[in-house]
Design a protein around this ligand. Sequence first.
Ligand SMILES: Cc1cc2nc3c(=O)[nH]c(=O)nc-3n(C[C@H](O)[C@H](O)[C@H](O)COP(=O)(O)O)c2cc1C
Length: 165
Amino acid sequence: LELLELSGGSLEQPKVVGIAVKDEGEDGLCASTSDREAYFVAFAGAVKAVAHMPVMVTGGFRSRKGMILALRAGELDVVGLGRPMIADPDIPKKLLSGESDHAPKPEAELDLFHIMSWFNLQLERLGDGLEPELALEGAAAAAAFAQLEEANLRRLMAFRSSVAA
Ligand SMILES: Cc1cc2nc3c(=O)[nH]c(=O)nc-3n(C[C@H](O)[C@H](O)[C@H](O)COP(=O)(O)O)c2cc1C
């Protein structure tokens, strides 16, 4: 194992849409954790203390300053970016060169229930070689993604039937 990534949350603790259901101790929403932006830095620090490989933390990093602080504090070895890279695939280059101080945060403008559809649709676009469509509205993204999911499911069912026949 060459790299350990801590990221994302789970269905029970969906931090990716800003919800924390369970008590998280030091990684909860206290001021010191919010200042450091990332969701799992206290946990990552504990993992890093015993890990024999570099530890990457993905989740919440949006400012160059926050990333540098976390790296300097020795809480992680590698900063991971999820949604910012979907909105702007070049953002790591811009942050490293100092051209940008902040990574984009389109989720801040979206309704909670539209967030995953919006990003999933942008991933579909990137996969098709297109640029992200930042002006896409949340409700439109949710409707389009539901259609896409349904079409995918139909294709899967048709494929299963053809294999079974
Ligand atoms: C559209 C979308 C799909 C994702 N899919 C997965 C996945 O399949 N597996 C996973 O571990 N995390 C997944 N994640 C979580 C991300 O890897 C990441 O942990 C999360 O977005 C928090 O990082 P960020 O604040 O930099 O976006 C997904 C996130 C988004 C927005």
